[in-house]
Structures are given as structure tokens and as C-alpha cells.
Design a protein around this ligand. Structure first.
Ligand code: AMP
Length: 226
């Protein structure tokens, strides 16, 4: 097992970053850092910041770069990140991409790869509007593509309550896609220039996409050992 891979997973909302990050966490023993999950946890708190974040997230608006950069910078310091990490949802803007390079430099760390999962918008809308998760363990399901084996019972933990994200509605997804195209997509050439970009077709099954990503990471690990 490789002990210090550091990768960015990027791509439009609903392209499968979270799902793939959870698979990579198991396969490569990496820490999964999802800025979306961190923000949703803050947004549950009844504090001025929590309430402001909830309003922004429900509309599909981004949190500020300053807050996100500080949050990620502190999180990377924690012990569990020493084994390597997957950044899921960070960078979302060019200033965040630049800040990431600076943070890693200060901590004497190098990014190994930025993987873009490519999925067209029509597929994204269908994927996001149908997805839901087990309220107990977070296992992901989909109305059409991936239902629990027993109706209403989570395959993984037996839980019987399921939840949908508040921002997984048509209007908010439209906003999230607009923000992705305007602010996040322009960060892709940044990674390309650094020689770190790998593009993966994310329209196939979860397993097929996971296999392609694992092949890229295996290649990187082999090259680093030489
Ligand atoms: P995700 O779980 O990655 O789909 O993120 C959910 C929401 O959290 C996004 O639609 C944004 O509103 C917010 N968010 C997540 N990551 C970032 C980030 N790096 N910068 C700004 N906002 C973010």
C-alpha cells in the first residue's frame, strides 16, 4: 500500500467525485477530504456562520475562498492525512488552486495528480436528481440505477432511513453547473500546465470509472518507485 499519495478529484457536481473518493480511500488507504461534507456539517450548526452557509449551499453558491482555504489547510495538518489524501471538491476556483499549491509547498508536500472525471450535463442532472443516501452509514443509492437489494433497507448497515441533499433539486443543480463552468472548469488548465492532469470518462459504471482511476494511480506509484 502506498503511504503518501496526494490527489485532487475534480469535475462537475454529480460526476462521481464523492463515490470514487470513498472507493480510493479503501483501495489506497487515503484520507478522504470533502469540502462539501465539511461545509454541510458547519451548515447544520445554529450559529451565524452555519446559517449563512446553509443559505449559500441551498442556492448552490460557493463558500468564500478564504474560509475554504483555511479549512483545508488546517485539515491537512491532522495526523490521518499523513498517509496521503484525496481532495474532493477543493479546488473550486483558481484562487483555491493557487492556494493549494502554496499550502502544499509550505508543508513540503507535492500533489501527485489531479483527476478530472468527465460527464456531460444531461447525465449529471439525471444522476443528481435521483440520488439519495442511507441516513445511518451514508451508503449511496439512486432511484433508477442503484436501489437497495431489499426495498427500503440499506444493503450495507440495514438502516431504513434515507436522505436526499437539500441542494439536489433542479434549480440548485442548474446554479451549481453554471458555477462549475464559470469558476471551476477554468482551473483545469492550471493542473495541465503543472503536468498533473489526468482525464477520465465518468459516464460508465462506478466500477468502470474506479478501475480507470486506479490504473492511473498505480502508474504514478510505479513511476515514483523507480
Ligand atoms: P459537494 O458536496 O462537493 O457537491 O459541495 C456542496 C456545496 O458546497 C457546493 O455546491 C458549494 O456550495 C459548496 N462547496 C464545496 N466545496 C467548495 C469549495 N471548495 N469552495 C466553495 N464552495 C464549496
Amino acid at each position: 500500500m502506498h503511504d503518501s499519495l496526494k490527489i485532487v478529484l475534480t469535475g462537475a457536481p454529480g460526476c462521481g467525485k464523492g463515490t470514487q473518493a470513498r472507493i480510493l480511500r479503501e483501495k489506497f488507504g487515503l484520507c478522504h477530504l470533502s469540502t462539501g461534507e465539511m461545509l454541510r456539517a458547519y451548515a447544520k450548526e445554529n450559529t451565524p456562520l452555519g446559517r449563512a452557509l446553509k443559505v449559500a449551499l441551498d442556492k448552490g453558491e460557493f463558500a468564500t475562498d478564504e474560509m475554504i482555504v483555511e479549512m483545508v489547510s488546517q485539515r491537512i495538518e491532522q495526523k490521518d492525512c499523513e498517509k496521503g489524501f484525496i481532495l474532493d471538491g477543493f479546488q473550486r476556483t483558481l484562487p483555491q488552486a493557487e492556494a493549494l499549491e502554496k499550502i502544499l509547498k509550505e508543508k513540503k508536500l507535492n500533489l501527485d495528480a489531479a483527476i478530472e472525471i468527465q460527464v456531460p450535463d444531461e447525465i449529471i442532472m439525471e444522476r443528481i436528481l435521483g440520488r439519495y443516501t442511507c441516513a445511518s452509514c451514508g451508503e449511496g443509492y439512486h432511484d433508477k440505477n442503484l436501489q437497495p437489494k431489499i426495498y427500503g433497507v440499506c444493503d450495507k448497515c440495514g438502516g431504513t432511513e434515507f436522505v436526499r441533499r437539500a441542494d439536489d433539486n433542479r434549480q440548485t443543480v442548474k446554479n451549481r453547473l453554471i458555477n462549475y463552468r464559470a469558476l471551476t472548469y477554468p482551473t483545469i488548465p492550471y493542473f495541465e500546465k503543472l503536468g498533473l492532469l489526468h482525464c477520465v470518462d465518468g459516464t460508465g459504471s462506478i466500477e468502470a470509472t474506479a478501475k480507470k482511476i486506479a490504473e492511473i494511480l498505480d502508474m504514478i506509484i510505479t513511476a515514483e518507485k523507480k
